[in-house]
Design a protein around this ligand. Structure first.
Ligand SMILES: Nc1nc2c(ncn2[C@@H]2O[C@H](COP(=O)(O)OP(=O)(O)OP(=O)(O)O)[C@@H](O)[C@H]2O)c(=O)[nH]1
Ligand SMILES: [Mg+2]
Length: 422
């Protein structure tokens, strides 16, 4: 059972939805929010002396027992130090909150290493601040446990970083070998990308019959899962990936590089968007997702998949689809509305997906009918998208497939005394 703790949130911005969702994802109940309107953060305390005093009073008066202050922004080490010292509670900025969620969710070796790497990168400037404070006579507590002297701790960060980068490289190389092997066996690679909580894992489960974790919380998926799309058609492997978020910290992008690479090597990227949210939020998340794809270096075709359309009216859906189509960055990309929950629109999505696969060629062959050709025929069914089959003295079969598979089939066809029509 989850044990909940209490947090307060402070922001320079009115929209607190996402930061509160992030706190919720880490099992913190947000008992109070503070908004401090100012152009830019205060150099000393980020929120300014007045707000700091107000929050201090709230924490001291409050019966709720506050465990954490979340700052919706990026704290400099000196600002963080001042806030923790003054308020006497843990203080997390947005990045540290995201890292803590990632740490909690990391359930396999690779994401555990990736999160650790990102945490070490994050901690470095803070540890430097602590060293500086310690040298000037202050005695701060240490960020990551007390058994190290700050100097030693800084050295340890450097050593650990190097070791983790080496380990991750090993895992990445293995993945590269596996990927090449799959491509060589004629599989197309399709990646699911998009904002966290859009429904990527739900779509993977639906298309592959898999049961990866699906949750209404942010960042349920950290590691990639690759599965075969379950239908009698072209062999396609679909990969689920870590979700995007606005201002995804660069150190997370860096640490998760090999995971995000799955997106950049795909033949087609399905960009999943939750269409049920407010118009402005949908557009913003779509823009953020596009920017991430550019950052990752995606050259493949992108299909925009508007999910959760069961949650809005047809009218609202139409107006949002129009709005999205009119965005410059959407250009002439294919857009399709679906509901994984109601299994709506998935056939159309698959059709658009097949149409987007590169180098799909159309072939027609004739095979003699005998028991040897039966197993070959099953193999064709498994590896290609069969369009038509007819029987007379021969079996005539037409199908779409990759050039790699076509070459294999044509040479097998001759061996079985068949004919190639085209
Ligand atoms: N109503 C509705 N809910 C959906 C649909 N698809 C997914 N969901 C819900 O949306 C939430 C998030 O789904 P996930 O599949 O975990 O989303 P994700 O994109 O993998 O999220 P992360 O792994 O956190 O990035 C879950 O509560 C799902 O049940 C849909 O078509 N309709
Ligand atoms: Mg997921």
């Amino acid at each position: 059972m989850t044990s909940w703790k209490n947090a307060i949130v402070v922001s320079l911005d009115d929209d607190l939805t996402e930061i509160c969702d992030l706190a919720d994802s880490l099992s913190y109940k947000v008992v109070k929010t503070f908004v401090q309107h100012r152009e830019k953060p205060d150099v000393n305390s980020y929120i300014g002396a007045g707000k700091l005093e107000e929050i201090k009073e709230f924490i001291e008066d409050d019966k709720e027992n506050i465990d954490l202050l979340v700052v919706d922004g990026e704290l400099k080490p000196s600002q963080w130090f001042i806030l923790e010292k003054k308020l006497g509670v843990d203080v997390f900025d947005r990045i540290r909150l995201i890292l803590a969620i990632f740490e909690k969710r990391a359930d396999r070796k690779e994401p555990r290493l990736q999160v650790k790497l990102a945490q070490l990168q994050y901690e470095r400037p803070f540890v430097r601040e602590l060293i500086h404070r310690a040298r000037s006579g202050e005695h701060p507590g240490f960020m990551a446990g007390g058994e190290y002297q700050v100097d030693d701790y800084y050295e340890m960060i450097k050593r650990q970083t190097k070791k983790i980068r080496d380990d991750l490289k090993g895992i990445r190389d293995e993945r590269e070998v596996r990927r090449r092997h799959r491509h060589f066996s004629g599989f197309y690679l399709v990646s699911l990308a998009g904002y966290t909580n859009a429904g990527k894992s739900s779509l993977l489960n639906f298309l592959s019959g898999e049961k990866v974790k699906v949750e209404g919380r942010l960042f349920s998926t950290l590691s990639t899962t690759t599965r075969k799309i379950k239908n009698k058609s072209i062999p396609i492997l679909i990969t689920d990936t870590v979700g995007f978020i606005q201002n995804l910290p660069a150190l997370i992008i860096d640490a998760f590089h090999s995971t995000l690479e799955e997106i950049s090597v795909a033949d087609v990227v399905l960009l999943i968007v939750d269409i049920s949210e407010e118009k402005e939020i949908v557009l913003n998340k779509l823009r953020v997702s596009f920017n991430e794809l550019v950052e990752i270096g995606v050259n493949a075709s992108i299909i925009i998949v508007l999910n959760k359309c069961d949650l809005i009216s047809q009218e609202a859906l139409n107006s949002r689809v129009n709005l999205i189509r009119n965005q410059d960055f959407v250009n002439d990309k294919k857009v399709v509305s679906i509901s994984v929950k109601n299994k709506y629109g998935v056939d159309l999505l698959l059709k658009l997906l097949y149409d987007s696969l590169p180098q799909l060629v159309n072939c027609k062959i004739k095979l003699p009918i005998n028991k040897d050709t039966q197993s070959f025929l099953s193999w064709i069914y498994e590896k290609t998208h069969v369009l038509d089959v007819s029987y007379d003295d021969y079996i005539t079969i037409s199908f779409d497939c990759s050039t790699m598979i076509r070459d294999k089939i044509l040479s097998m066809c001759k061996r079985f005394d068949g004919f190639i029509i085209y």
